[in-house]
Design a protein around this ligand. Structure first.
Ligand SMILES: Cc1cc2nc3c(=O)[nH]c(=O)nc-3n(C[C@H](O)[C@H](O)[C@H](O)COP(=O)(O)OP(=O)(O)OC[C@H]3O[C@@H](n4cnc5c(N)ncnc54)[C@H](O)[C@@H]3O)c2cc1C
Ligand code: FES
Length: 509
């Protein structure tokens, strides 16, 4: 489960918070959202701290494919149809501006992160997909966007292999020129180092478990007992760790996708690609000194879904080998991101009932630009400045809850997980579990989550999510306990990996 990005740099480590402190702005979460917010805050010379439960950029940020683009799949036709032309135009411009902002930061601060300009393509492999691409080109042009139609003979992916039966063969593509790619870990940790030289104090291994209103602001509670007093709070934990009054747990779920980095033993094509059809495959080159690697991502699924994941890396390897037959997997991992029910990120005030608390979440796997947009909006709100994009991302909007079909699915899933599954008796007994296998079994009349490792050692947990009590699913690929309700994930020993939960699982002897 090693990320190429995280292995590519030995980054600075920060101490954990061991005492009670006061600050003006407390940012919870040290991914790209938290760090970029701190960066822009420092322009105003305001005291701020980042509290990170693990290490800076060690979660979704350090595991992405790191395309910096305003092309978020085929999205602009959907936006015009569901939200109107003005909305779609603002969304496009906000993301284009974010690409420029990131480039400016890299140049001004001299962050070495292999930033390079590339075109981003969505390609179609079916007739229906071709039509969708043509519609999307019309939509992007309608809002004044810069976009090109690329015919099959000019798509680089088709030029790698001559065979007619190339399974990656693209029929047509939409090109967004002048987009970018980079090494996100070098960028994020580089930015963190710059922040730390200015007003930001960074604390790693400092998990927040709650907050409450206090005189002149808020008190933030850490797992080790330390308390931070602050005037403003920025929740940058990806999935908010505070449920009420934000209610984001009713407005989004999480999706996991798998990623591999291969040595293709060849020169890799230029450009960043994603297909229109399902299953989604996303790919791009990584330039590592004098060598090219290929990063391939896909196999998206709702976190905690009861599906067989065992072949997912093999599947991605086959995709790579279709293009470069000698490809060898060097790194593989997976990570997850939040998907809002109406597909628009939630950025801004956390709740109308909580003054001076802000959030940036729901980036639907396009967080490189969106985290920059979020940081700008949040800082403008704190500084009481207008931001022309703030209204379209409002985090307090209720429209997603009106998406009855999606909300219905989410509620059905939660009821299934919280009540129905818990009443069902498990099929397996502890003896029936093979080595290197896990599952829910009955022990002395109680349901227990069990993992048996290669040596036959047994690890037992209570298979109930510490967030809102859903029954967990066993993930035999990663050996994790995954929550189908809002996507919290725990390792086989019960240690929390991804929130919104803030607690480890209860152990069982
Ligand atoms: C497979 C995949 C590929 C992707 N590829 C791309 C791409 O090519 N381009 C793109 O634009 N986007 C991509 N994304 C999306 C992008 O990576 C994310 O949207 C973005 O990294 C989110 O950043 P973040 O800072 O909000 O979250 P994170 O990076 O997850 O940061 C949140 C931080 O908060 C910390 N935290 C959580 N709980 C607590 C707590 N209780 N106390 C303290 N700290 C806490 C976490 O440890 C974490 O470090 C991809 C996503 C996936 C899943
Ligand atoms: S993540 Fe919400 S109940 Fe598990």
């Amino acid at each position: 489960m090693k990320s190429y990005w995280i292995e590519s740099k030995k980054s600075k480590q920060y101490e954990n918070l061991k005492e009670n402190i006061e600050t003006d702005i407390c940012i919870i979460g040290g991914g790209l959202t938290g760090i970029t917010t701190a960066y822009y805050l420092n322009q105003y010379k305001i005291r701020n701290i980042i509290l990170e439960k693990d290490r800076i950029c060690s979660r979704t940020t350090g595991h992405s494919t790191a395309k910096v683009t305003s092309q978020h799949g085929l999205f602009y036709k959907y936006l015009i149809d569901s939200k109107g032309e003005e909305f779609a135009k603002k969304y496009y411009e906000a993301n284009e501006e974010a690409i420029k902002n990131i480039e400016n930061i890299i140049n001004q601060e001299k962050i070495e992160c292999e930033f390079e300009k590339q075109s981003a393509y969505v390609f179609a492999q079916t007739l229906e997909g071709m039509q969708n691409i043509k519609d999307e080109i019309g939509a992007v042009k309608q809002i004044g966007g810069n976009v090109n139609l690329v015919e099959a003979q000019d798509i680089a992916i088709n030029k790698i292999k001559k065979e007619e039966n190339n399974p990656m063969k693209a029929l047509i593509a939409i090109e967004f020129p002048n987009q970018a790619q980079f090494n996100v870990y070098k960028y994020g940790t580089g930015l963190a180092e710059i922040c730390e030289k200015r007003q930001t104090k960074i604390y790693e291994k400092s998990k927040v478990i709650g907050m409450s209103e206090a005189e002149k602001g808020y008190e933030i509670y850490l797992e080790n007992g330390s308390i931070v007093k602050t005037k403003y709070v920025v929740i940058a934990t990806k999935y908010p760790i505070i449920d009420i009054p934000g209610y984001h747990f009713l407005k989004m779920y999480q999706e996991t996708a798998n990623v591999i980095v291969v040595d293709p033993k060849d020169k890799v094509l230029e450009g960043m690609y994603i297909n229109e059809e399902s299953p989604t495959i996303s790919l791009r080159k990584i330039k590592d000194k004098d060598k090219d690697y290929l990063i391939v991502a896909g196999f998206e699924h709702k976190t905690g879904a009861k599906i067989d994941l065992s072949n997912s890396y093999e599947y991605l390897k086959k995709v790579a080998q279709n293009l470069y037959p000698k490809s060898e997997i060097k790194y593989q991992w997976n990570t997850e991101d939040c998907i809002p029910l109406d597909k628009i990120p939630y950025i801004g005030e956390f709740s109308k009932n909580m003054e001076h608390v802000y959030v940036g979440t729901g980036y639907k796997e396009w967080g490189m630009t969106t985290s920059n947009i979020a940081a700008n909006i949040i800082v403008d709100k704190i500084m009481e400045k207008d931001n022309k994009y703030a209204d379209i991302f409002s985090a307090t909007r209720l429209e997603p809850i009106k998406n009855r079909k999606e909300l219905g699915n989410m509620i059905k899933e939660s009821v299934q997980s919280v009540i129905i599954n818990k009443l069902k008796s498990p099929k397996e007994t502890i003896e029936q579990l093979q080595e290197n296998e896990g599952g829910i079994v009955e022990v002395d009349g109680e349901k227990v989550g069990v993992y048996k490792n290669e040596k036959g050692e047994i690890f037992k947990v209570k298979p109930v999510c510490q967030h809102l009590g859903c029954e967990l699913s066993w993930n035999n690929l990663d050996k994790t306990w995954d929550c189908p309700c809002h996507g919290s994930r725990y390792d086989y020993k019960g240690n929390l990996i991804y929130g919104p939960s803030v607690k480890n699982l209860e152990k069982r002897e």
